[in-house]
Design a protein around this ligand. Structure first.
Ligand SMILES: [Zn+2]
Length: 413
């Protein structure tokens, strides 16, 4: 510990000398402000910057632009420290921990692992700023993809798009006027929509599909189905959807998912996630026959067999034969009939399996847990939509293997 501190101190002093070797980035008495005016040199100003080594004092030439009524510090721009007291390296670490764990835990890890001491609020602000920047770049990328200017990867035989939604707890003003399920009638969560794109080339020895290694990327946000549709479509374009021999959309029964699929991916094979469908059967069995009863088990097993075989008509006929006495059972049965009838063509599981397709969206389920659940749904967390979306963008980039790419892209900019 003592040795590390010493090395950091020595490194910090060297860095400080290096950063001040230019005398402050003086550009002469006048310099362009960036908005088409000339800013005038005022004086040299010092600022303390926290770097990964140590805090350092940096001397910078300060200019003032009259028309903009704002200061201009060319050296801050060169060092990428405009409006911040943290070096890019420290901000990267703050983004990393803030994306991974609760901000307070991230603050402790930074101190413990890197000897970097910052406040919890600073971790939150910087991580959200990094996420917002990632989203800005993602938006530019979407524009390029939609304009046909992104060259896709090599052609892929099968491209899967899996879609899911999950509620994220938000602060009260984010749900004002939105009806909720609990007693207060006020919603406490907002739905995050998550899409996952992956490719599949081969089958294993038993004929089951295998997801291509490293082929999974994620996009997500708390936003309308319409906005999310564009987000997912652009990602699909980037991943080569236009050159894919087969496109498969996997989701639960939610209507917005199939609306989105019809709009952006016409001709795609639509599949209702088998595990979601089975859950509907199991829930109904429990409701009608009582949880854990022999009758529930037998009935559920038989109906699940219908479902697995893609015999949706047989399943619906069996539901039609039910004569539940309780109103609750009648209502649930009626809903189940509607659900299975509406999705019948998306539940031809035997046929999908023969084609060597995935029929369960385990990937996106896991994605929802990993990207959203583990980070955004811990007890006591309450997000603003802006804050949640920044962290979701950050996590999607990281879990898509694009974190490094982001930092490289912004260092060039
Ligand atoms: Zn100006």
């Amino acid at each position: 510990m003592a040795l590390r501190a010493t090395l950091h101190e020595v490194g910090g002093r060297l860095l400080e000398q290096l950063l001040n070797a230019d005398g402050g980035g003086y550009r002469g008495p006048r310099t362009a402000c960036g908005q088409g005016h000339q800013a005038t040199f005022v004086e040299y100003r010092r600022k303390e910057i926290l770097t990964v080594l140590a805090p350092v004092q940096v001397q910078r030439a300060y200019y003032h632009c009259g028309p903009c009524a704002a200061g201009v510090i060319p050296k801050d721009q060169a060092l990428d420290i405009v409006g911040t007291a943290f070096s890019p390296g420290v901000r990267r670490l703050m983004g990393r921990v803030g994306g991974k764990e609760a901000f307070a835990v991230g603050r402790r890890d930074l101190a413990e692992l890197a000897g970097i001491r910052v406040t919890t609020k600073a971790v939150e602000r910087v991580a959200e700023a990094v996420g917002a920047e990632i989203e800005t770049l993602a938006r530019q990328e979407r524009t390029l993809a939609l304009a046909g200017k992104l060259i896709p990867f090599q052609p892929v035989p099968k491209l899967y798009l899996t879609i899911d939604g999950t509620g994220v707890p938000v602060v009260p003003h984010e749900t004002a006027g939105r009806p909720g399920k609990d007693a207060s009638g006020q919603a406490r969560t907002r739905e995050t929509k998550l899409g996952c794109v992956f490719t599949q080339t081969r089958l294993d020895a038993r004929g089951r599909p295998v997801r291509d290694d490293g082929s999974t990327t994620y996009v997500g946000a708390i936003e309308t189905a319409e906005a999310f549709g564009v987000r997912l479509y652009a990602e699909a374009v980037r991943r080569g959807v236009q050159r894919a021999a087969q496109v498969i959309v996997l989701g639960d029964g939610a209507a917005w998912i199939w609306g989105l699929a019809a709009e952006h991916f016409p001709g795609a094979t639509q599949i209702v996630d088998l595990y979601h469908a089975r859950e509907h059967v199991a829930e109904l069995g429990k409701l009608l026959y009582g949880p854990g009863s022999g009758e529930a088990t037998r009935w559920t097993a038989a109906r699940t067999a219908d479902l697995d075989a893609g015999e949706v008509e047989r399943l619906v006929a069996a539901l039609d034969r039910l004569r539940p006495r309780a109103a609750e059972g009648q209502e649930a049965t009626r809903k189940a009939v509607g659900y299975f009838q509406a999705n019948a063509e998306r539940m031809r599981y035997a046929s999908f399996r023969r084609q060597g397709l995935f029929v369960g969206s385990g990937v996106v389920e896991a994605g929802c847990k990993t990207i959203i659940g583990f980070r955004l749904k811990q007890s006591g967390m309450r997000w603003t939509v802006k804050g949640a979306n920044a962290i979701i963008a950050l996590r999607c980039a990281e879990l898509s293997g694009r974190w490094e790419e982001f930092w490289e892209a912004r260092s060039v900019a």
